[in-house]
Design a binder for this molecule. Structure first.
Ligand SMILES: [Zn+2]
Length: 143
């Protein structure tokens, strides 16, 4: 429903949505989403934003409306070495023999770490090749 240029009416609409229990002090985006389900006028987002900025409780609740992150869980401890690895790249190194990056492969069980010199632009195939060519050095067998 288009709301004509009647400031009191627009504020009343915002106020009604602001005080609905489910979104009470829900912040700018939730309020705008709720108001624009049934009403619209030029600058509705701006007006809702102004209203929310003027509400002390909305400002206090600002970051609390997001879902609480889940609890951290410990990773399962591997039973055999080299079955679970972590890999990362150390980049932006000086170019030596055409290599400027180090692939760091770490065995999660023993923490034994293996380093492979490579280049920054390595693609998935290149990474697979590095594993294939260096697998026996890292202590795991190709299946
Ligand atoms: Zn509020």
């Amino acid at each position: 429903m288009y709301v004509s240029k009647d400031e009191e009416l627009r504020i009343e609409i915002i106020q009604l949505h602001h005080d609905v229990l489910v979104v009470r002090h829900g912040g700018r985006w939730k309020m705008t989403e709720l108001v624009t389900r049934n009403y619209w006028w030029p600058g509705v987002m701006r007006d809702v934003g102004k209203y929310v900025e003027g509400c002390d409780m909305c400002q206090r609740m600002k970051n609390r409306m997001e879902e609480v992150a889940g609890k951290l869980k410990l990773s399962k401890i591997p039973e055999k070495p080299w079955t679970h690895l972590t890999i990362e790249f150390t980049t932006k190194l000086l170019l030596v023999a055409g290599k400027d990056t180090i692939l760091v492969v770490c065995n999660r069980l023993s923490k034994m770490t293996y380093f492979v010199a490579t280049t920054k632009g390595i693609l998935v195939e290149g990474l697979a090749r590095l594993f294939r060519n260096n697998g026996s050095c890292m202590g795991y067998q190709r299946v």
